[in-house]
Design a protein around this ligand. Structure first.
Ligand SMILES: *Cc1c(COP(=O)(O)O)cnc(C)c1O
Length: 390
């Protein structure tokens, strides 16, 4: 054989060396489009849809399956599927459960790209949308129509942290055969299990706490038995899959999620308590605080809080003041996304379709990372002091 033939046919994979099995703690990662069949007979089975193994890279390679199985068990779901990002998981879920002529209800505090996709693209396919208030509960009935097929919830909501009253909503939805979806990224499956409150579909931006290191984009959809078959068929038909390297990192993240999340939670609570006493701060928006408008719901549906919360100022800051505050911070990076080890800050105004007490107000959002909490507090204190002195 010539060199190029030798190179192409070199052994590419080995589960044993010198007849001793190779077992690493983490699963092996396969990269591949083609999956080799052992025989012509296997190929024939694959051609007729009867082959039991994987037939192509888009089938979901082993490390993707391993991640999905682990997450599915944590979520108490029936099946789990992964996507190349959280927003992709959301988009595909909305598409999988709707068709022309349907009406859907979305909470008005959802992640902005969720409503942007719905308004811009989903409506083009003849789906009508109503936005319900971010704190909707049994009053969900007011927003339903005869052709409502889907209710999309997000608790706590993006940037403003409202919590919907989940159980009355899912009770009504089940009676009317409406599928309910929860984007529960903030709490992760450790602190909130939507399916156990009657929600049909639980979505995670795995990008955030589950992967935890700001180096992965991945999303997941975990579904109860009732809707699993339809969704699995949609996923397979569209030949969606998730990148193996990202699934590998997410699976690693899952194993340390509990200790990381506990630290995020503790540090965030420490900083939030301190901020609440600060002379410049008006409201600390944190579901675990007794003055949060839906604190009772947080106690009922959640078993912990994460490291993301927000606050507002007593006097609305101007652009120069915001720039001074944010640019002078040494430890808080300025950037979107969250759930990673590095602390981050964003600022913005988030008006809601149904109005909100924060309309027109600047919300400062903190992703409290895994740095020493005193260092973080000192950093914030220095920057807030600059604001007072100005
Ligand atoms: C970030 C985020 C998403 C989207 O996740 P990506 O993986 O960044 O696409 C969805 N929902 C919520 C609540 C988020 O915070």
């Amino acid at each position: 054989m010539k060199e190029e033939t030798i190179a192409i046919n070199s052994r590419c994979q080995s589960n044993s060396i010198n007849e001793k099995s190779v077992q690493t703690i983490n699963p092996p990662v396969h990269f591949g489009s083609t999956i080799l069949f052992e025989t012509y007979e296997d190929l024939v089975l694959a051609n007729t849809g009867q082959y039991k193994g994987l037939t192509y890279g888009t089938d979901g390679l082993p490390v993707q399956r391993a991640f999905e199985d682990a997450l599915c068990e944590m979520e108490r779901g029936h099946i789990c599927r992964t996507f190349q990002s959280g927003i992709n998981a959301i988009i595909h879920t909305l598409q999988a459960f709707t068709k022309a002529g349907d009406h859907i209800v979305i909470c008005d505090n959802v992640y902005w790209p969720t409503s942007n996709f719905s308004n811009k693209i989903l409506t083009r396919f003849g789906v009508e949308i109503t936005y319900a208030p971010s704190d909707v509960g049994s009053d969900i009935e007011e927003y339903l129509k005869d052709n409502t097929v889907l209710i999309f919830l997000e608790s706590p909501g993006s940037n403003s942290f409202e919590i919907q009253d989940i159980e009355p909503i899912t009770e009504i939805a089940q009676k009317r055969k409406i599928v309910t979806i929860m984007d529960g990224t903030w709490a992760t499956p450790l602190y909130h299990k939507p399916l156990s409150f009657g929600v049909d579909v639980s979505i995670q931006s795995v990008t955030k706490y589950i992967s935890g290191h700001s180096d992965v984009l991945l999303g997941s959809v975990t579904i109860n038995k009732k809707y699993s078959e339809a969704f699995a068929d949609y996923y397979k038909t569209l030949e969606i899959f998730a990148p193996p390297q990202d699934c590998y990192n997410a699976l690693k993240g899952l194993k340390t999620l509990k200790v990381r999340l506990k630290q995020h939670e503790q540090s965030a609570l420490t900083i939030a308590c301190w901020l609440q006493e600060h002379s410049l701060v008006d409201r600390v928006i944190h579901p675990a605080f007794a003055d949060h408008p839906q604190h009772d719901r947080w106690l009922k549906y959640f078993s912990g809080s994460s490291g993301l919360f927000a606050f507002t100022f007593k006097n609305e800051p101007n652009q120069d003041q915001l720039a001074l505050l944010i640019n002078s911070l040494q430890l808080f990076g300025i950037g979107y996304s969250w759930g990673g080890f590095k602390s981050l800050i964003t600022a913005g105004k988030y008006n809601r379709v149904n109005g909100s007490e924060f309309d027109g107000k600047t919300i400062i959002r903190l992703n409290v990372g895994l740095e020493d909490v005193e260092d973080l507090q000192n950093d914030l204190n220095n920057s807030l002091t600059l604001l007072i002195e100005k």
